[in-house]
Design a protein around this ligand. Sequence first.
Ligand code: AVJ
Length: 329
Amino acid sequence: MVNSLIPSSVAAPPVEAVRGFAREVARDLALTPKQIQSKYLYDALGSSLFESICRLPWYRITRAEARLLTRRASEMVAPLEDPVTLLELGCGSGEKVALLAEALRSRRRRVAIHLIDISPTALELSERTLGSLEHVSVVGHRATYEEGLRHAARERPPQGGLLVLFLGSNIGNFDPPASHDFLSEIRHALRPGDGLLLGADLVKPVKELLLAYDDPLSVTAAFNKNVLVRMNRELGANFDLTSFEHRAIWNPGERRVEMHLVSLVEQIVRIPRADVTVAFEKGESIWTESSYKYEPHEIVELVSGTGFRSHAQWTDAEARFSLTLFVAK
Ligand code: AVJ
């Protein structure tokens, strides 16, 4: 995979983006428990560490989803009317949407693909992956999910069906009320008959869950700690990386895996560009991510309450992962 180092990973981020990061860091480190939003894990290095996570034997989501897509893509696009528009929220490398586009080739119609991601690296990579498919036209939107959805909905043709792809268990980052709101937002951007293909990871033995988020190669630890590296670089902070430890825990009440950065000592950290000084007790942590896990029926219930009916569900028995296809009512 060619992952261009220039310009996206070398250029300084836009001033506005740094200001937003600073504001949210100041706000969220003042909460109890201290938090940092998981979207900040994905700078250029974070995105590339996440790609590595997807190749770890202990992180099985990506391969399970690819297996289901490879085997069942034609069933997944069957309910959509021509000409089809595919829209992927958080496109990663573009390989998954490519499998669905392949399944549409036999219809002999052009397929429009909208890619929505805040990471320019992900958009570049996906555009390259999809560039080899000649029946496809690609539009990349460097935008938040919400903005991208709105733009793409405005640009779609008056005829034909649109399939929104929200894959990789990205829904797992949202707590239940936020999931409900976000799914409703997706529904508002759609017309009756449009589809939503949702990838969600399933509850499984705790040992397996923890290995996926605290791997023996410590790639996930590096992914998590990188947010401290990012604050040092972008916000002028002085986090000492050796005095924080990666921790993954299973929260059985909330049914989520949580990632934390635990301070190993009592210490004070300065973050000049966020205009804050943060005190840590020994053992106190920053909560950086939640990954909710579901039972298959819970996914159907969650989405059905937002104006969709479920059309089909596929589960990978081996990794306990599911893809569910919903149709807008
Ligand atoms: C990209 C949000 C689906 O929660 O499983 C992987 C991110 N964090 N290892 C997940 C992640 C730690 C991942 N998602």
